[in-house]
Every structure is written in C-alpha cells, then in structure tokens.
Design a protein around this ligand. Structure first.
Ligand code: ASP
Ligand code: MG
Length: 430
C-alpha cells in the first residue's frame, strides 16, 4: 500500500483536480492513501482572514471570506455540471459553518483560532477532490484527519502523539485499505494533510507546509511501502530553479542527505517528514504531476549517489552578529552560556556559528521583532557588531571552481568548511 500526497499547486484549478484524478487512476494501487492539502494559496488567504477576525476588522474579514468561498464554488461548478450533485451542497455547507463561526467573538487565543479557521482550506479541498474522484469512477472514502492525527494542544505547531495516532489510523483506515473479498469498500482513502486534533477534539495544525509530514505519519502508522509526493518540479533539484538557470535532478539520495539538505534550508520537503520514514525504511519519491511517468527522485537508505551533484542552498535576509566580551575575557563556557541563553530567550534559531579566542559570530534569520530585542539583551554584557541584509550560501559536495564562480559578485564575511559542506555568509558587492 502506498501514500500519495498532493499539494496546493496540484489542485489549484479544475484542470489540476482532473489531473490528480488521472494520476490516481493510472498510477495508484487498489490500496492507496491520498493526502491532499488546501487549494492554491487558500492557506495564505485564511491566515489573513484569521488575522482580521482577531483584530475585529469585520469588513476586511468578510471580503476574504467571500473570495475564498467563491473560489471554491467556481471550481466545484466547473467540475460538477449537475447542479444537484452533493458536492455543491457540501462545499456551501463547509463555508456556512465557517461563517457561523467567525460571526461569533474570537476567544483571544490567536493560535487556537488560526487552527480552527485555517483547517477549513484542507477540509473543503478534500471534499471537492473526493467527490470528483468518485464522480470519475475512482472510488474512495473521505476521512477527517482530525480523527486520525492525534496531537498535543500546541496550536499551529502541534506535536504528534506517536502512540495514539498509529492506533487511530490503523483502526479507521485498514478496513478500507484491506477490504474483504466480497466487500463493497473501495480500497482508496482520501484525507487532509496539515491538520489534526487533540484528544478533546480541538483542531490543530502541524506548521506551514505540513502536509508532507501528514503523509509520512500515515505511512509510518500503516507501514506503507512508499510515499509519493507529487510536485510541480521533476523531483529534487540541486538548486532552486527560481535562482538558478540550470539545475540538475538528483535521481537518488539517502534519508540522511535529504535531512541535511532540509536542515540547511532546502524547502522541497518539510524537514519533519523524513524521520518517521527513515525509522520504518519507507522510501519517499518526489515526482512531477506534469510528467507522472518520469521516475523523479527517490529518497531511501542508499547513500552511494549522495555526492554526485553539488547542491546549492540560499537563505536570504540574514543577520551576522559578532559578540565580544566587554572585559577582554576569552569566549569560554560562561560567556557562551550567556549568549545561548539570550538566543533561547528570544526564540532565535542559529543558522551558523563560529568562535575565536575573543569573539563569537552567529548568523541567523532577520526578524523585525526578535532581532532588535535579542541585540538589546546581548549588548548588556557584550560589545556587539552586526550586519544586516546578508545571504547564507550552503553548498553540499562543493568544488572549488563552482564556489569561486558563485561568489564572484559577493564579499565573503564568514566561511565554514567541513569535508562535505561549505557555508558562507556573503554580502552582494555594490
Ligand atoms: N496548506 C498548508 C500550507 O499551505 C499545508 C501544506 O500545503 O502542506 O501550508
Ligand atoms: Mg502547500
């Protein structure tokens, strides 16, 4: 049994939904779990809606609500000619429930409200896709992921209960995935990515772009034979095609390599996705929904191809801070522990650090609120120098020539090398 995951770009319009149906028909198995996320940029729109809801900006909120609703009604109208088809009713009903909810006063807990509201995007998207598949003869059973993915109550970044979730998943899905010979059950189940619920039934979400992770959780729970993430790129590329004219496809890399790449900032796969798959040795494929017959990339335990092509990862909007003890002491344990506790206090994640005898340099993502607050605290105990608007370039499996070409127009402020990874904090030359 396999798990297929389709992201927002794959179901951004009626043609996308039709394409998803044909991929499932042609490439799916009798026993298949399908995970679908919200359509197109719906999650962004519902985030805005939540913000207006919390701020009491009713007009702005209702405007976004109307747009999101109409977008889904239009897609439904195009997919189902028959005005009496249940899809129309259910999509309207989902938005009716949301409307009733946002007409009430918010609780004041932003993260809670966010999950309650934003999850609507995945609910309505899966309703449409599930109905459409059935309509096209690809019989499937829709499931509410809030009955399957059990989490704690850290709204917007919920942690999975790894005991209760596999139990709930197996109990609910296995009867459909392994139906008895004479059963009328379909063998294909379809559910949402990104969302779950607490044991009390409160909706939670797993963090933005979390539906890859959902697919991995389901695969882990069911001991699936593989996960396929269908994307608008041919597979894992060695650089972001938005930044590089020429990119190379990586046909096969190991779990470890993929974890490293996502750690350094490659955004193709949600970083949490790989660990549950690694622990059960479930391969992950990344394939193009435009060219479903192409092999794409496979991520598994095989590491011999890891170094074949160098990967380039860019992080923008970086700050580099150099910290000097005021009293001419060396950078040693007590200074480091002060520095780290300031970073922890402000929730600033370190991307790269380097120390010398008298200074300590740290590179991290710039943040309008966190960065000045952190700097203020650091300045209480240290002399601090900082640079904004930098880039952090990471090259895995680097070669000298590429690196020189890459930084021809940059000034390198800090460099760190290991055998496999080169990282540079750079500034564009004016
Ligand atoms: N719809 C969610 C998001 O846009 C989850 C996902 O697509 O993975 O972040
Ligand atoms: Mg998405």
């Amino acid at each position: 049994m396999r798990v297929f995951k389709f992201g927002g770009a794959s179901v951004k319009d009626p043609a996308g939904v039709r394409n998803v149906a044909s991929i499932i028909r042609d490439h799916g198995d009798k026993s298949l779990v399908v995970v679908v996320s919200a359509m197109a940029k719906t999650t962004n729109a519902l985030e805005k809606l939540t913000q207006y809801y919390i701020e009491g900006q009713t007009d702005a909120m209702m405007k976004v609500f109307g747009e999101v609703r109409q977008f889904h009604l239009d897609i439904t109208n195009e997919l189902f000619n028959d005005p009496k088809h249940s899809a129309h009713f259910h999509v309207k009903q989902t938005f009716f429930h949301l409307q009733r909810y946002i007409e009430e006063k918010p609780s004041g807990n932003y993260n809670y409200e966010y999950d309650r509201i934003v999850s609507t995007g995945e609910i309505v998207s899966t309703q449409i896709v599930s109905y459409y598949l059935n309509h096209e003869g690809v019989r499937n059973q829709w499931f509410d992921a809030r009955k399957l993915i059990i989490t704690d109550s850290s709204f917007r970044d919920a942690r999975i209960d790894w005991i209760l979730t596999p139990q709930a998943v197996k109990k609910a899905l296995l009867p459909y995935l392994k139906p008895a010979e004479n059963s009328a059950k379909p063998g294909i189940v379809l559910t949402q990515g990104f969302i779950g619920a607490t044991t009390q039934g409160f909706t939670t979400t797993l963090g933005r772009e979390g539906s890859d992770f959902s697919a991995a959780i389901l695969a882990y729970s069911l001991q699936a034979s593989e996960v396929v993430i269908w994307k608008d790129v041919p597979g894992l590329l060695n650089a972001d095609p938005k930044l590089f004219e020429q990119t190379l496809l990586m046909p096969n890399i190991s779990y470890q390599e993929a974890i490293e790449l996502s750690y350094y900032g490659a955004t193709v796969i949600h970083p949490k996705t790989l660990k549950p798959l690694l622990s059960r040795n479930i391969p992950l494929k990344v394939k193009s929904f435009f060219q479903p017959a192409e092999p794409g990339t496979i991520i598994n335990e095989v590491s011999e191809h890891d170094g074949l092509v160098p990967s380039f990862i860019f992080k923008f909007n970086q700050v580099l801070v150099s910290i000097f003890p005021k009293d001419f002491s060396f950078i040693a344990e007590h200074n480091l522990s002060r520095i780290f506790s300031d970073f922890a206090k402000h929730g600033v994640k370190i991307n790269l650090m380097q120390n010398s005898a008298i200074s300590f340099s740290v590179c991290f993502d710039s943040d309008l609120i966190k960065t000045p607050a952190l700097l203020r605290d650091l300045e209480k105990n240290f002399n601090v120098k900082y640079n904004y608007d930098l880039e952090l370039i990471t090259i895995r499996h680097y070669e000298k020539a590429q690196m020189e070409q890459l930084i021809a127009h940059h000034e390198v402020l800090l460099e760190q090398k290991s055998r496999i990874t080169l990282q540079m904090v750079v500034r564009k030359k004016q």
